[in-house]
Ligand binder design. Structure first.
Ligand SMILES: [Ca+2]
Ligand SMILES: [Ca+2]
Ligand SMILES: [Ca+2]
Ligand SMILES: [Ca+2]
Length: 282
């Protein structure tokens, strides 16, 4: 009787295994892949990001992957749709077509592991992603300003007080191709967007307390992109004690020759010896 029971169990296991195999070998490429929330997050993020760009291409896809997640894909990769159909992707332009086509009812729910990435982040070394946990660790560790919020969830990636979507000065929907001071660092990652020596976060604020919409000299260029924001002929970097270090300029301790203002409140005129401001100092 005991042996009969064992035999029944074995038969049941055999039937179950056969059914499982049949399901996988039904001629389609369906494999009942489980939902991979991290992979879905990456693909949905790219869908949203690309849908905001007026003319998205493979390069903008790759730049935004690097911006948000710190890597580009090394192809091929295999993706699984929510209906379990799989697709092999061989290029960024193919991936762009796929993410552009994502909808609420047809979306990517998984990436086949392992796959390789071209890691653009100096602090990481792994180029092989072996599991969802691996992917999650990778994207969560991409935090440009080190504030504990990964780029993909951070609304101000470089923490310069200008929101990411405000860093798009050419208004093409792509925040990764704007470099106002042409120093090779896109504004979204540049803490001194106009390269005038005054950190963007220290540029003059107006009553709105928003650095991105304050334009002191009303010349159409907001202060944080204007190397001479008060239009007095002296570069902002030599105008203000922006960093509060006691030097009226941040260019070696010299006065700013702007005509006698005690900009730093330190009691000394900034004009090198005349007490134009009658503050009792120089
Ligand atoms: Ca951050
Ligand atoms: Ca910013
Ligand atoms: Ca720059
Ligand atoms: Ca600046």
């Amino acid at each position: 009787m005991k042996n009969l029971s064992k035999l029944s169990t074995l038969i049941l296991i055999a039937i179950f295994s056969l059914t499982a195999c049949t399901k996988k070998d039904d001629g389609s490429n369906k494999q009942d892949t489980a939902l991979d929330v991290t992979a879905k997050k990456v693909m949905d993020n790219m869908h949203t990001t690309m849908s905001q760009i007026s003319q998205p291409d493979a390069q903008s896809l790759d730049r935004n992957l690097v911006q948000n997640f710190g890597f580009t894909f090394m192809y091929p990769i295999t993706l699984t749709y929510n209906n379990d159909v799989t697709v092999t992707v061989n290029s960024s332009s193919q991936l762009l077509d796929i993410v552009n086509g994502i909808t609420e009812i047809s979306y990517i729910k998984a990436i086949n592991y392992p796959f390789n990435i071209d890691d653009q982040t100096a602090s990481r070394s792994s180029s092989s992603i072996n599991s969802e946990a691996d992917l999650r660790t990778t994207i969560d560790s991409h935090d440009s300003d080190g504030d504990g919020v990964p780029n993909y969830a951070d609304t101000d990636d470089d923490n310069d007080s200008v929101a990411d979507n405000q860093e798009d000065v050419n208004h093409d929907g792509d925040v990764t191709n704007d470099d106002s001071d042409n120093d090779g660092v896109a504004n979204v990652n540049d803490t001194d967007d106009d390269g005038d020596g005054v950190p963007t976060a220290d540029e003059t604020y107006g009553s709105s307390n928003d650095v991105s919409n304050t334009d002191s000299d009303n010349d159409g260029t907001p202060n944080y992109l204007d190397t001479d924001s008060d239009n007095d002929g002296v570069s902002d970097g030599q105008d203000n004690d922006a960093n509060g270090d006691g030097n009226v300029d941040d260019n070696g301790g010299n006065d700013d020759n702007n005509g006698g203002n005690d900009n730093n409140g330190g009691g000394n005129d900034d004009n090198g010896g005349n007490d134009n401001d009658n503050d009792g100092g120089n």
